[in-house]
Design a protein around this ligand. Structure first.
Ligand SMILES: O=P(O)(O)OC[C@H]1O[C@](O)(COP(=O)(O)O)[C@@H](O)[C@@H]1O
Ligand SMILES: [Mg+2]
Ligand SMILES: [Mg+2]
Length: 343
């Protein structure tokens, strides 16, 4: 029988890679792990307890909040408050940053950005959902933490990860030295290392996007779809189409098997639907660390200037060669959508 390594043990072991670390980041990751186990417990009981359905309130993006969105948001903020290693939490579910000013956390040097529950529309129908998190260091530790600390570009992330509440529950994270995945063993209540040093295949044969929006897609995306659907033995086309509708589950599958996830801009949503701070940047950091590519159609997502907490970005991420191909077609057929600084 092989030796089991828990997330906690792995984090302590990896602290050696950061000689000046005092263990704060490790404790922060521990707190996120704890909150995710509590959310997992509720997700697993959905249908038995009163946790399905809407609350009747709307988040800052105008989306109706589900009971589990609110539960997960409260749970993560509470775990991070009690843990004391984080001074600001910014969340997809909150208009404004949550400043944690308790005695323990007022000198904390980390900021956490979360999408507490990704794939909300899938909760009520028993399809995989997840949590996405991202960690930044304060820009300066002089004076109280403020909004500047939360508005940092994706390249400044210290760590990022996600938890997918699927047929098993997995936590995947990076601190910029590769990507590792842990599966929750319910019999001991611990995440155990199951997917060390994850790498996404350079080529993939699956594309994931909401094809129902086809008429609204940019010309470059329409051309890429036609490319995916054309027959060609050498490149093993036509590719397969797989769309779960939870970004986390779609990207997780592509990370393991190869593929591309796309949420482009449309005529009515010029920056697409997905949020840069809570979804784009953390998933881009993970995909790049696993050897893949994450783009807004023209350039690295991580290089996007973060101007506001809830800004959106088009997303094309996954196997390197697939993303390169769609970038080529975007430049050829949709050059008008390129960010201004590239024109
Ligand atoms: O229904 P659509 O337009 O295809 O959107 C699906 C996308 O929206 C999301 O559910 C948005 O995330 P939230 O559930 O966190 O709002 C993504 O997970 C998913 O990829
Ligand atoms: Mg989401
Ligand atoms: Mg969400």
């Amino acid at each position: 029988m092989s030796i089991v390594k828990t997330l906690g043990q792995f984090i302590i072991e990896k602290q050696k890679d950061f000689p000046y670390a005092k263990g704060e980041l490790s404790r922060l990751l521990r707190d996120i792990g704890i909150a995710s186990k509590i959310v997992n417990r509720e997700v697993n009981k959905a249908g038995l307890v009163d946790i399905l359905g809407e609350v009747g309130t709307y988040n800052t993006h105008g989306e109706s909040q589900k009971k589990l969105d609110v539960f997960a948001n409260d749970q993560f903020i509470s775990a991070l408050t009690i843990g004391g290693e984080c001074c600001i939490v910014v969340s997809e579910e909150n208009d404004e940053p949550v400043y944690i000013s308790s005695e323990v956390s007022k000198n904390a040097k980390y900021i956490v950005a979360i999408d507490p529950l990704d794939g909300s529309s899938n909760i009520d129908v028993n399809v995989s959902v997840g949590t996405i998190f991202s960690i930044y260091r304060r820009v300066s530790i002089d004076g109280p933490a403020d909004i500047k600390d939360a508005l940092q570009n994706g390249t400044e992330q210290v760590a990022a990860g996600y938890v997918v509440y699927g047929s098993s529950t997995m936590l995947v994270y990076t601190t910029g030295k590769g990507v590792n995945g842990f599966t929750l063993d319910p019999s001991i209540g611990e995440f155990c290392l199951s997917h060390p040093d994850m790498k996404i295949p350079k080529d993939g044969f699956v594309y994931s996007l909401n094809e129902g929006n086809y008429v609204h897609f940019p010309q470059g995306v329409k051309k890429y779809l036609k490319y995916c659907q054309a027959e060609d033995n050498e490149t093993k086309r036509p590719y397969s189409s797989r769309y779960i509708g939870s970004m986390i589950a779609d990207v997780h599958r592509n990370l393991l098997k190869g593929g591309i996830f796309i949420y482009p801009s449309t005529a009515s949503a010029p920056n697409g639907k997905l949020r840069l701070v809570y979804e784009g940047n953390p998933m881009a950091f993970i995909i790049e660390q696993a050897g893949g590519k994450a783009s807004n159609g023209f350039q690295r997502i991580l290089d996007t200037e973060v101007e506001s907490l809830h800004q959106r970005s088009p997303i094309f991420m996954g196997s390197e060669n697939m993303v390169l191909k769609v970038e080529e077609l975007m430049s050829l057929y949709s050059p008008e959508l390129a960010p201004k600084e590239m024109m």
